[in-house]
Design a protein around this ligand. Sequence first.
Ligand SMILES: Cc1cc2nc3c(=O)[nH]c(=O)nc-3n(C[C@H](O)[C@H](O)[C@H](O)COP(=O)(O)O)c2cc1C
Length: 210
Amino acid sequence: MSKLLHIDSSPLYGASISRELTAAFVAEWKTAHPDGAVIERDLNAVEIPPLTAAWAGAAYTPEEARTEEQKQELALSDTFFSELEEADEWVIGVPMHNFGIPSVLKLWIDQFVRVGKAFTYADGTPRGLLIGKKATFIVATGGVYDAGTPMAPYNHIEPYLRSIFGFLGVSDVTFLTAGGTMALRYGADRGEFLAPLLQAVEARAGQAAA
Ligand SMILES: Cc1cc2nc3c(=O)[nH]c(=O)nc-3n(C[C@H](O)[C@H](O)[C@H](O)COP(=O)(O)O)c2cc1C
């Protein structure tokens, strides 16, 4: 049975463009996978603590030597990792905050990127262990950061996510970007703005069915 992991990270809920687009992806994916299952993970609805020395100590202690306290320390990390591992496909909503990813998304990444689980240095060189996954990042930005535009170098979302997920072994990565959502504040029509994006999102969600 196919499984999709649906991640959202915009605090704006009903007003959020990335949330509306990931929801459309999920709806289309469900149509294409009538027997599939969706794991929902709303990063704004769970408290994700920043990493601590105790967390790092637990992560670098071999599993069989961990104390009960250390196991507890890694419980949320284990949950996030299992969700990623269990799903074959991921759709991840990413609002741009201060030219980068939102803090809850970074906290989530910090939780599951663990040596021996998400990557290994066992043979002397780094090797990602999250292989065979299909990832779609749906990004929403107030301004426009298209390649070749003056603002393009300010977009730290795509380079960062490509680096970290590439490092973890994820090679099938697609970015769909809703650039210029700021226009909606100045009277642009939301339906008109979303129409081509919804088409691209649905095409990708359906394509993932193949
Ligand atoms: C805290 C905050 C920081 C933002 N920083 C930027 C930014 O650096 N560049 C930009 O183009 N838009 C920025 N925006 C606008 C958002 O990227 C835009 O509203 C986008 O639609 C967010 O995605 P969402 O609608 O899914 O929440 C920011 C918005 C918020 C709330």
